[in-house]
Write a protein that binds this ligand. Structure first.
Ligand SMILES: Nc1ncnc2c1ncn2[C@@H]1O[C@H](COP(=O)(O)OP(=O)(O)OP(=O)(O)O)[C@@H](O)[C@H]1O
Ligand SMILES: [Mg+2]
Length: 410
């Protein structure tokens, strides 16, 4: 029996992959989502979304993409550290723009302009969404500005949403990117959740997963907040481990003890040093440590004094008799690191030309170019990429494609 069966979950409720089914509309996330929607309806050129790691940028954008009207034709690129030309090609690929052999950047650029003009003529609004942009070199970010110059006499052909961790803003403030900066009309920042929002978030995920157990109480949430600072990714990790610890304990009530062992196995004390409540945490630890040390000195000195009075012969220092608090809880499982696997299922490609690559990486070698409506077998569905098997010219090949360009057959 697994912990999902024990708690009668339909699925793991605290997966760390950004699954929009589990999107929780906290006031922060809702505001970000509404700003993104406003952006689409407006005439603005660039929107920048920033937030610390794990605050929910990717899941918010996925939710946004899911809710976009059909009139918006978008490409979503999420690759760290691409060179300008690689990024340009990744963008074209995601738009489903056919890239022929040996095409130069200039021909691609003018071809792309025609492609976008045609989209506009059909009443479509092209939108380019770049995630994880904090890792892009400045010269690649500058390339976006060059792409934004694509326009007809009347209007811009494409708009941009750029998301990334706070380093992105630092990059955008550099002198080299001042021209791009001038085009940014909307900034959104995602913050950590408040204690209240985090508590509702956890309860929401538990109930969505079909939890059959006792919901945590306020003291539990306070402790969880102290460990995670309201960072949703850390909350997910801590909750998953807490559920496992409760399962190992065969207890359907999630207790502070389960949470402590989860936090210890995740080394969460160290993580929370990065939180904005850093000062209070340090202060809290310092006070606790001082109280503990003072108490221990008092206790042992009195004990030792008593021992000496009763048995003057030397004994081992009593402090060694005290059992040390275990630093790490037993590791109960490593399932969090495992990719989201699926039983093989059938799919059909939905891009004009879909590159099948050796690795789930835009820079890895292309094994085959799959034409529209190619039948494939999906072996693994991992975040944005799918590991597939396909027969090309009578030969069976295995490789990786963008999941977004695949329609799964039921
Ligand atoms: N509003 C939310 N609703 C549901 N889950 C959320 C929400 N915000 C964050 N999460 C959860 O936290 C995890 C981290 O979110 P996400 O991957 O979107 O963060 P991120 O800001 O893109 O982080 P990074 O900067 O590392 O890419 C997600 O997998 C998701 O499970
Ligand atoms: Mg992200």
């Amino acid at each position: 029996m697994s912990y999902t069966e024990f708690f009668e979950f339909k699925e793991h409720p605290f997966r760390i992959t950004p699954d929009v089914e589990y999107f929780f509309a906290s006031p922060n996330h809702m505001e970000a989502l509404q700003s993104l929607k406003y952006f689409v309806d407006s005439d603005e050129g660039f929107l920048v979304l920033t937030g610390e790691p794990g605050t929910g940028k990717t899941i918010t954008m996925r939710k946004f993409m899911n809710e976009l009207p059909d009139t918006v034709e978008y490409a979503y690129v999420m690759f760290p550290s691409l060179e300008p030309e690689e990024m340009f090609r990744a963008v074209l690929e995601d738009f489903g723009f056919p890239i022929g052999e040996n095409q130069t950047k200039n021909t691609l650029f003018s071809g792309f302009r025609d492609f976008l003009t045609e989209k506009k003529r059909q009443g479509k609004q092209p939108l380019l969404i770049i995630d994880e942009a904090q890792n892009l070199p400045e010269r690649t970010l500058e390339e976006l500005r060059i792409l934004s110059n694509l326009e007809t006499e009347k209007e811009k052909l494409i708009r941009f949403v750029i998301a990334g961790q706070p380093e992105l803003e630092t990059k955008l403030n550099s002198n080299q990117l001042r021209q791009l900066r001038q085009r940014i009309t909307l900034y959104i920042n995602l913050d950590y959740m408040s204690l209240e929002d985090m508590s509702k978030y956890v309860a929401f995920r538990l109930s969505k997963g079909g939890f059959h157990g006792q919901y945590p109480d306020r003291a539990f949430y306070k402790k969880l907040y102290a460990y995670t600072g309201g960072n949703p990714r850390l909350v997910n990790l801590a909750m998953e481990r807490t559920l496992m610890a409760a399962y190992v304990d065969q207890n359907k009530v999630l207790t502070a003890k389960h949470l402590s062992s989860a936090a210890a196995s995740l080394r969460l004390e160290k993580e929370k040093i990065n939180m904005k409540s850093k000062f209070f945490l340090y202060a809290g630890f310092a006070i606790l440590a001082a109280v503990f040390v003072a108490g221990a000195i008092f206790y042992y000195s009195s004990l030792y004094g008593k021992h000496q009075a009763e048995t003057p012969a030397p004994t081992a220092p009593p402090v060694q008799e005290k059992k040390a608090e275990p630093k790490t809880a037993p590791v109960v499982s490593n399932i969090l690191e495992e990719p989201k696997t699926v039983a093989p299922k059938k799919g059909i490609t939905k891009a004009n030309v879909l590159n099948m690559r050796e690795q789930p990486d835009i820079t890895s070698a292309v094994l085959a170019k799959l034409p529209l409506d190619t039948h494939i077998l999906i072996l693994l569905d991992r975040d944005r990429w799918m590991n597939i098997r396909v027969t090309v010219d009578g030969k069976e090949l295995t490789g990786w494609v963008y999941g977004r360009n695949v329609e799964v057959e039921n």
